[in-house]
Design a protein around this ligand. Structure first.
Ligand SMILES: *Cc1c(COP(=O)(O)O)cnc(C)c1O
Length: 341
């Protein structure tokens, strides 16, 4: 039994999901004639209370499209230093949109409206790059699956309105925030100009992300998706996996969160662990007391067929997910409790 806790992207489609995919009615989605993709897009647009949604192969492409929608070359995007768009999209913001990122020193991947006000460049001061977009990530991956305070998101929205800035939500793991916080999808829809969501993280699809926004923005988004090479044909088979996941795999995220909490508690009780970030959703980030122990720790786990990932700067990450079963959980906890470094 291999226990793979590197990411919530390692899940494989279940028999039932594959069955739903096999039954999908398909057509050419570049002509917008794939009925299953159309249903998925309409369903997600409605869920977030926005007019339109667009299916993408990856979250990276959805985020990169959003950045392009809101900016012109030379502009600046405000985001956290730990943001996915800055750290894990291959430098795409500069490559695709010709923009720079103004990095905020947030706390656990989250920043304040006040920090945004301090960071934005006045539009008439032409020496500095023009601030065009504020981007937030919820939950914040490098923040340890942390959930934003909705009141702060509202304050940032009002800064965006005052200063004519776009407001984009990287909601790759918005599902996790939705099940652990009181806000609804439409609450997020009201706040943000564009929202990207992932179907292939917590929801267990093999592939798929969706960008959600208003009519005009999304009309432009289709063109950008085409330019990026993301115009796809009979992808209803993949959209069917998304529909299946929306029906079956959202409510169960609570299980992943409970398991993550238990792992966090066990880690906290181990003498060689220095610090465990508060566990809010399905991600656990922690540090060992001695950086030199890291290789040994990972090797011992590997010997037990347990995999997790290093995040650099002495930080390790565990992510619970759909394919991490109760039996795996029991085994992992007992291995952890018995570890001697
Ligand atoms: C995974 C992820 C994405 C999208 O990644 P893809 O692998 O391109 O689908 C975007 N933002 C965050 C925070 C992520 O964790």
């Amino acid at each position: 039994m291999t226990i793979d806790l590197r990411s919530d992207t390692v899940t494989k489609p279940t028999k039932d999901m594959l069955e739903a995919m096999m039954q999908a009615k398909v057509g050419d989605d570049v002509y917008k004639e794939d009925p299953t993709v159309n249903v998925l897009e309409e369903r997600l647009a409605k869920m977030f209370g926005k007019p339109k949604a667009l299916f993408f192969p990856t979250g990276t492409m959805a985020n990169q499209t959003a950045i392009k929608l809101h900016t012109n070359p030379g502009d600046q995007v405000i985001c956290d230093k730990d943001a996915h768009i800055y750290n894990y999209e291959g430098g795409g913001a500069s490559f695709n949109s010709g923009v720079s990122c103004k990095l905020l020193q947030g706390h656990r991947g989250m920043f304040t409206a006040e920090q945004v006000v301090e960071a934005l460049n006045p539009p008439d001061f032409y020496h500095s790059p023009l601030t065009a977009l504020v981007e937030v990530e919820n939950t914040a991956n490098r923040g340890g699956g942390s959930c934003w305070d909705f009141e702060e998101l509202k304050k940032i929205k009002s800064v965006c309105d005052t200063n004519n800035l776009g407001y984009h939500l990287d909601g790759a793991r918005i599902w996790n925030a939705l099940v652990s916080k009181p806000e609804t999808a439409t609450d997020y829809g009201k706040l943000f100009d564009t929202i990207s969501v992932c179907l292939s993280k917590g929801l267990g699809c093999p592939i798929g992300s969706v960008l959600i926004g208003d009519e005009a923005l999304m009309q432009h988004a289709i063109r950008i998706r085409k330019i990026l090479g993301g115009g796809m044909r009979q992808v209803g088979y993949l959209a069917a996996a998304g529909l299946y996941a929306l029906d079956n795999n959202i409510h169960r995220l609570v299980d992943d969160h409970n398991k993550a909490k238990e792992i966090g508690e066990v880690l906290n009780g181990l003498t060689f662990i220095k610090k465990v970030e508060p566990v809010e959703t399905n991600i656990i980030i922690f540090e060992l007391r001695q950086k030199t122990d890291e290789t040994k720790f990972l090797r011992l786990l590997e010997a037990n067929n347990i995999r997790l990932s290093g995040m650099g700067q002495g930080k390790l990450r565990i992510v619970t997910h759909l394919d991490y079963t109760d039996a795996m959980h029991d085994r992992f906890l007992s291995v952890l409790r018995g570890l001697k470094l």
